[in-house]
Ligand binder design. Sequence first.
Ligand code: UDP
Ligand code: MG
Length: 307
Amino acid sequence: MKDISIIIPVYNESSNITLLYSRLKNVVSQITTHYELVFVNDGSRDNSMAMIKKLSSEDPSVKYIDFSRNFGHQVAVSAGIDLAAGNAMVIIDADLQDPPELILEMYKKYKEGNEVVFAKRKTRKGESVFKLLTAKIFYRILSSITAIDIPLDTGDFRIIDKKIAEVLKQMPEQEKFLRGQIAWAGFNQTFVEYERNERHAGKTGYPFKKMLRFALDGITSFSNFPLKFATLAGFAVSFVAFILMLYALYSRFILKDFVQGWTSLILSVLFIGGIQLICLGIIGEYISRMSNNIRNRPMYIVKETNI
Ligand code: UDP
Ligand code: MG
């Protein structure tokens, strides 16, 4: 049994692994000697895996899970949680945006009896205005349309207790939104604040497309509001359309003025068409996720592991 497992998703991080390893080692050895560093290689195309294997041959506390291809950050973290042995598990990015030294403070709060200690960003350095703004808007929308309290301005950098890990294993959905699932689990949750640094080296593995998919996963996994919105919008538009229909009949039979009105006709056709497409799109988002889950494929495929 280990006191702590550090779970590190890795996607093309060869320029960060060495420094990350020594900083983590330094921090975690101040807490305990019973620990493991679980590197989850998410189909990196650089030599990250070779570096991790080399570390593991020199240091038995280094464990690795090597995926058969890229499955995405959330899935990589989930695999780490599935296979790690620690009583406490730390989830941390490999690019040193999450300072390993903060783990000391987080662990203290964990020991005070909190099953989840997440790290809340006071500031975020080196990220585009666009990313900061979209992230801010997204988390505000999410918290206003979901019933659970997903903490604002947090990522996945956190300590979770084994109990939380057990809850997560019972949530086999394919579209992972870990920070939501962990909030949903309950127990005692608290946070520490920190300044988020820039990436030490390398470049982001979260381009806009992945971010958008992640945001939609967060919303569709925890809220049916968009589906309700489709219904509400449908009613609102039908109501307006009904009034317009009465008006059209009135002008046709009473006012005998039926050549004009092309403008309003075309406007309403376009408007209703637009709303219908939005509603279909919303329903489609949910259905595609349902079909993913019905297929029941494994969430990830492990090529090799030393656990
Ligand atoms: N990552 C991953 N799979 C991916 C993309 C990213 O395992 O498909 C890892 C990456 O190596 C890093 C963490 O997830 O440890 C966060 O990714 P990144 O720093 O690229 O995201 P950002 O901080 O730019 O949002
Ligand atoms: Mg990063």
